[in-house]
Design a protein around this ligand. Structure first.
Ligand code: NAP
Length: 315
């Protein structure tokens, strides 16, 4: 059967699909959009990236599509309702990217708290004039409060890292307090007021879109640090740029952006924000495992077997 992958994927992905007897077309990175749209209707399986917007119209155009295997844990790029109506299974790649993404959340926390970007900029531009008592002063993390919004897989893994740095974890999540979790559960507003670091770990949904705007930034502590490794549209970037420019909050650390791959131009000019190019899951091991899960989902569904990680239909 015909499998379409919108990008080359590291590791054994390609051989797994080919060895299972399917015809695999992998699109080259530079010319993906038009070719993706052209190949989509005739595919039996599509392996999509989080940057591939899969609309209801595209789903309608599909003649015999059985699965969209999303090479990501988030699946906000796919019109799930349209897929379910056409009995197309959507799968994702959870768990294997949890630790790598939590590492990036903690990296951004350290970068933002300790002025790492400003320090590197000073050094690389030849402006490091030697040690000074008041040079590059950041903030301690030890003993501070680390507020997690969305205590799922990555939220919990990030909480463990924050604890290891001597921070006190608190959390807010959609379904209320979790029975086996010992960290204090608080309403979102209290978390925003009380936390020294606020780290976002929810999926992008209509409820979480712009969950951090001007009002929420205004109730944060003056020395608060905001971290986002979830999805860009969770934050109103223009309001965040205002808060960072005015010193309303201390700093931010972002791996994801509202209009990816564009970054808000005002954020690019600031020194109190650490910016990374959406690299939460970017390790060789993680991306390889994600490829294996994505390939196995295709192989399973095309063989009529229930895939390990369906996010809509159960076969
Ligand atoms: P997960 O295990 O499903 O956890 C998501 C958590 O968010 C759940 O605990 C859920 O609450 C909570 N949540 C959902 N809606 C909420 C709301 N309205 N308010 C508060 N909490 C809410 O997912 P995960 O594996 O940790 O991944 C989280 C997200 O990270 C993904 O969806 C993806 O967008 C992003 N991600 C980014 C990267 C990157 O490269 N930067 C890598 C991987 C993932 P309940 O437990 O109450 O249901």
């Amino acid at each position: 059967m015909k499998v379409l992958a919108s990008r080359p994927i590291p590791g054994g992905f390609e051989s797994m699909i080919r060895e299972s007897g399917h015809e695999l077309k992998i699109l080259a990175q530079e010319r993906e959009t038009q070719e993706f749209l052209a190949e989509f209707p005739d595919s039996d399986a599509v392996v999509a990236m989080l940057s591939d917007q899969i609309s209801a119209d595209m789903i309608q155009s599909a003649k015999h599509l059985r699965i969209i295997s999303n090479y990501a844990v988030g699946y906000n790029n796919i019109d799930l309702k349209a897929c379910s109506e056409k009995k197309i299974v959507v799968t994702n790649t959870p768990d294997v990217l949890t630790e790598a993404t939590a590492d990036i959340a903690m990296t951004l926390t350290l970068m933002a708290a300790r002025n790492i970007y400003a320090g590197q900029k000073q050094l690389y531009s030849g402006n490091f004039l030697g040690w000074r008592p008041s040079g590059m002063l950041g903030l301690d993390l030890y003993g501070k409060k680390f507020g997690i919004v969305g205590l799922g897989r990555i939220g919990i893994a990030t909480a463990k890292r924050a604890e290891a740095f001597g921070m006190r974890v608190l959390y807010h999540t959609r379904s209320g307090p979790k029975p086996l979790v010992s960290y204090p559960y608080v309403p979102l507003e209290s978390l925003l007021c009380d936390s020294d670091v606020i780290s976002l770990h929810t999926p992008l949904t209509p409820e979480t879109c712009r969950m951090i705007g001007r009002k929420e930034l205004n109730i944060m502590k003056k020395n608060a640090i905001l971290i986002n490794t979830a999805r860009g549209p969770l934050i109103d970037e223009s309001a965040l740029a205002d808060a960072l420019e005015s010193g309303r909050i201390f700093a931010a650390g972002l791996d994801v952006y509202e209009e990816e791959p564009k970054v808000h131009p005002r954020l690019l000019k600031l020194e109190n924000v650490a910016l990374l190019p959406h690299m939460g899951s970017a390790t060789v091991e993680t991306r390889t495992k994600m490829g294996e899960i994505a390939a196995q989902a295709v192989i399973d569904v095309l063989a009529g077997v229930k895939p390990a990680h369906p996010v809509n239909l159960v076969l």
